[in-house]
Structure formats: C-alpha cells, structure tokens
Design a binder for this molecule. Sequence first.
Ligand SMILES: [Zn+2]
Length: 424
Amino acid sequence: MKKITTLLPILCLLFSTLYAQEQRTICGYDYLIETMADQDPNFMEAYQKHFEEFKAIGENSNQRGTVLTIPVVFHIVWHTNRPEENLDDSVVLDQLRVLNEAYRFTNEDKVNLRDTFNTIVDDAMIEFTLAGVVRKETAMNFGFGQTDNAKKEATGGSDAWDTKRYLNIWVFKLPSLLGGQLLGMAYPPPFLPNWPFPTNLGAPSAAVDGVIIDFRVFGSNNPNSFGSYDAQGRTTVHEVGHYLGLRHIWGDGVCGADDGAKDTPRANQNSNNFANPCNPDRNTCHNEPTADGLPDRPDMWENYMDYSTESCQVALTKDQITIMRGALEGPRALLLTPITTSLNIAKSKNFGVHPNPVFNNIARIYASDTPNSIEVFDLVGKSVYYSEQVVNGQEINFDGMHKGIYLIMATFDDGKATQKIILK
Ligand SMILES: [Zn+2]
C-alpha cells in the first residue's frame, strides 16, 4: 500500500485524547484523505493547484490594507438534560474577542513569539462582527457522522443563516471517536475550481457550511472544561483558519509535507505529539527546502494551525494571511457583502414591525406571509422575544428593555429574514 507522505487537513477534525495525564490530538480527516489519495494518483497535484489559485487571489488583491469583516452567527445547541451547554452570552462575546484579537494580531501574549518568527507574522486585518446568537434546546445527541444534524431544525439542531453571507458557528457537545474527543471541525470553502472529485471536500451542502466547536473549549472564560485541556478560545481560531482555506502547519505529513504557506517552517508532526508541546528547542525538520528562501527554523508552535497548547498559540504568518484573504475575496466573497436589512434568501419577504423606531415600547408585527416563528435579539445576540404563533398585528412589548437597536428575525418555510428595530 502506498505510503502517503502528505495528507490534507482541509476539513479537519481536531481530536484530543486523554491518555492518563497526556493529551493527544489527531486530525481524523487524515483517514479520509488517505483513502482519496489512494484512489486517485492526481489528487495531491490537483489539490496543490487549487491552493495556488487561492494564494494568487490574495496576492493580486486590490483590497490589501483594508479590513475584511465577516458577520458571525453563533448557534448554541444545548441538550435539555445538560443546561451547562447553554453557554452564557459572556462566553460568546469572549470567543468573539479572542477571534478578533487573533485575526487582528492584538492578543497581548503575542510578545511571547520567538524573535526568529518576527518577520513572518502579521495582522490578518480580518474582523468578526456578531450578527446573532441563536439558542436551541434539543433532546438530540449528535454522534459521529451526525454532527451536521446539529445544523438543521428538522434533526433537532439550529438552521444555518445563509451560509454564503454569514460564518455560522455551532457550539454543542461534539462526539468522541476512536477513543478521542472531537473538539472542532470546519468545512473549507466549497465548490473550488479544479477540485479533483465531484463530491468536493467542501460542505456537502451550503446549508451545513461553517464551523462546529465543542461547548467545553469555546471561549476562554468557559465555566466548563475538558479534562486538563488548555481552552483559550483558540480551537475556534484554528477552525476558522480551516474555514478560510488554511492547512495544518505541519502539512499533515512528515518533513516533506508542505502546508501551502511558504513562510511557515516545516515540521514532521504536530506539536501535541510531544511531552512539551511548546519546547523552544524542538526542530523536527532540519534543512528545510531552500526554495522557501528562508533559513532552517525550529517548529513554530506559536502558530494557530498547530496542535500545540492553546496558551502557546499567538500568531498567523503572512503567507497564511494571503491564503485566507484570497478565500475571502474568492469563494467566500459574499461574506464581505454588507448585510443591511434582510437576508438574501428571504428578500421577497415584506415584514417587520410598526412603528419603527418604537416609541412607546409597543410594536406590531406585519408580514406579507405568515412566518413560522419570530424572534427578537438584542445587540449582543440575546433572545428577548420569541413566538411561534405569529399573526399580522401581533404585539411585541418592549417594557423593561433598554433603548437601542434590536434584530427581529422571522423564519419562513423558505428561509429567514431579519430587520433592525430601533427602540427609542
Ligand atoms: Zn485542524
């Protein structure tokens, strides 16, 4: 059997396994990729080609130096019998902060980066804004192979907001597999050119595109924990990297494997395979290819795309940033389209509240079609009103709520629509 020396991360499963005191992480997707590469000898070449296309978009971008902003919807899918999974808004906001600090390189611990990497890291100039928080109580568990069920109302989960326009992040109890625990997973940009298989490695359908995160490793102020796992909200940073096209820094292979980013040093395995994941002396690949034009350097466990201890992860490299910005201006470009009043999928819906702005704390719903449900969120994404029995003229009472902007979301058979409400 052919030995695969380069494996792909793309849709990555990040596992953590507790072996006594030792934690290990592996990428479960390796198994699938190995099978695919075995079946098609052109797989690796085709993969590399599309990856180069990504980078070309980023390199030729006329948006260099501008901040690219991604609206994010968090779906907190919690089990009826496990209320601890219904994470507080403060945890959601903390996760948003960690994401923004990572992708703007404003995290305070970036001073811990070793000098040898100072010239290759940068501010990605990518920001994340909170579009909404959806909370879904469920009686369902989502086992291995069923995680996409958490993304659909019909199977006990929470429907995605238009995945072309929002980064959807579902937070729930992820399954264990092979004696390990799945901590996160992301689909890469879908429908890439030159993809070698009819069933590409992107999301199997647009409705399930996005990121999933185990509720115990979400945010850095999470009251839950997973063993001694060092959760700093950076599993989400890592998975969003995959979502934007990044591969693992060790290239999912031994020293010959490349992660597609020229400036990242090579490594022959992920850092979590070592007793001290953040050992400054570790250099698993000497004599890196000189084509990279960079001297031999130690393993870069400071990189978010490693499996090192989360407290050690502080940076992204310039080439990684080029790849992600290429994805954002290419296959994920619709994320950057400003969303004003309504989601594209329900553009035809004429709905909202009257009057708007709301002056006396009372507003009435109007809708050309009867929605299945109406929900109102405050600006931090907290649900403040929910109704499934919706009729035209139905009253929403804002008594006791603070003045400001709210988001009203209506769910119709064919999609969701949102409008802003201003409470005066
Ligand atoms: Zn990964």
